[in-house]
Ligand binder design. Structure first.
Ligand SMILES: [Zn+2]
Length: 258
């Protein structure tokens, strides 16, 4: 908005993944909804930033599942003016395909914040290289990251690994949000009251230089209103998921594995 000194800059980000335990179909839970979203924003010429869970697509390809549709869609999206950046759920590294077709992921590695520096560095490097190869455009680089399940804390190792690999931005912090479950925790109740800030270790504390933390927009709503919205979406149509998607958000402690 212009004219009265107020300017609003929105970055529309969409996590691009089979969420939670990996149940669900890539076409119906990922590719079709992404196509629909790109159609919607086209009307107002707004670009989307897909935050791509590279680790799971790498694991799926290693397990013999084709993700060619994902590869095609991401390359085309960038060619059309959208962006793709990196999202990592560590539990997908070394995921195994079970005889019934489902994926077995390692819930003990749900939280990136619990991993040693070397593991974090490897996951980020592998994901960044995969995504840059998929998009394969001369001026394209992966510079932005969002941790799976928002589980980046304690964030010292992740921030150092991101800096080492040339990342510029982390976008994991959701101001005001807290998940107290032991295997999925994150705590963003105390963060700078700013639209973005520098971090060099703790993503919730402003530093004089380092990565940019660009938080996810959140709003405070009453618990009953939230529960009512969740209940109504789960009990209607496709249960709050995209049409035909049968995904599952559940994390190791029963929470939502975003
Ligand atoms: Zn995710």
């Amino acid at each position: 908005m212009d004219g009265k000194g107020l300017s609003v800059h929105l970055i529309l980000t969409v996590d691009y993944e089979l969420f939670g335990n990996g149940l669900g179909c890539i076409d119906r839970c990922v590719i079709d909804p992404a196509e629909r979203m790109m159609g919607i924003v086209q009307e107002c010429l707004a670009p989307l930033t897909f935050i791509v869970e590279a680790t799971e697509f790498i694991a799926m390809e290693a397990g013999g599942e084709s993700v060619d549709g994902v590869r095609r869609q991401l390359a085309l999206a960038v060619a059309q003016g959208h962006d793709t950046q990196l999202h990592v759920h560590p539990q997908w590294e070394q995921a195994a395909r079970l005889s019934d077709g489902a994926w077995h992921v390692d819930d003990h590695r749900w939280r990136m914040g619990d991993l040693p520096f070397e593991d974090t560095l490897r996951l980020l490097r592998t994901g960044k290289e995969w995504l840059e190869a998929v998009v394969n455009a001369a001026d394209y680089r992966v510079t932005t990251f969002r941790a799976g399940g928002w589980c980046i804390q304690p964030s010292g190792a992740a921030v150092q690994a991101l800096l080492k690999l040339g990342f510029r931005v982390d976008s994991t912090v959701a101001p005001g949000f807290r998940n107290a479950a032991r295997g999925e925790w994150s705590d963003f109740r105390s963060v700078p009251r700013r639209p973005y800030w520098n971090v060099d270790g703790d993503v919730c504390r402003e530093a004089s230089s380092g990565l940019w933390e660009v938080p996810i927009v959140t709003g405070r709503i009453a618990a009953w209103r939230h529960l009512r919205a969740v209940k109504s979406s789960r009990t209607s149509g496709d249960g709050g998921f995209a049409c035909g998607c049968e995904g599952n958000y559940l994390g190791p402690d029963g929470g939502w594995g975003m």
